[in-house]
Design a protein around this ligand. Sequence first.
Ligand code: AP5
Length: 212
Amino acid sequence: MKLIIFGPPSAGKGTQAQRLSKKYGIPQIATGDLLREAVKNKTPLGVKIKSYLDSGRLGPDDLIVQLISDRASQPDCVGGYILDGFPRTMGQAEELDKMTAIDLVLNIVVELEALVERAVGRRICPKCAAVYHVKFNSPKAEGVCDSCGSALIQRDDDKEHTVRNRLKIYTEQTAPLVEHFRKKGNIVDIDGSTGIDGVFDQMVEAIDRLGK
Ligand code: AP5
């Protein structure tokens, strides 16, 4: 099963991809996490991509497509995977079409203004990439990851100014892909205003309909 979790910055793609990965036993491929890891480890890709991440701009298509293609050919992806944060431009979508067929695109629909609060209040675990929110999904002990006990951090690109820039880029370059998926007929809209459990339930329902 190959899925795309689609939606604007901070819509909840990563939160849901992690849960679906556990439920269905297929890996999450999150471009943002892979890129942040590359920056942290100062790999050649990380050095090239750092300024894009810091400003919220999209990285070059060729680098991102190569990253996804390498990751999707790992042995743990033979039974499928969940793409989180890819594709984000028409060029990336066309390359993905050449690479493989996608079973379902889960499109999280949320009002853009609500997303600023979600991003600014987000905290992440730098070790295991678990995602929290100071108000909507707080850890058991403040500032500490429930899963691995590491100290939580705020992402550099979760400052309000950068978040607004990311939302603008989403509207201009990524939102038009919805029409591309609609033409292919494999997209389902998910109401992203229903809380984390509500969004998860809608996604599971849509995925389970695939097998019927
Ligand atoms: P990336 O890491 O992919 O960032 P993003 O798409 O902006 O998505 P986010 O990670 O911000 O949000 P999310 O939708 O995963 O939400 P989350 O679950 O964390 O990309 C970062 C950067 O990398 C880009 O800016 C770009 O530079 C580069 N990049 C990445 N992919 C690229 C590509 N394909 N091409 C080129 N460049 C690329 O949730 C957010 C918060 O809300 C959390 O605190 C969570 O607890 C909370 N929350 C989640 N769901 C709900 C809910 N239903 N109700 C209330 N709160 C909720």
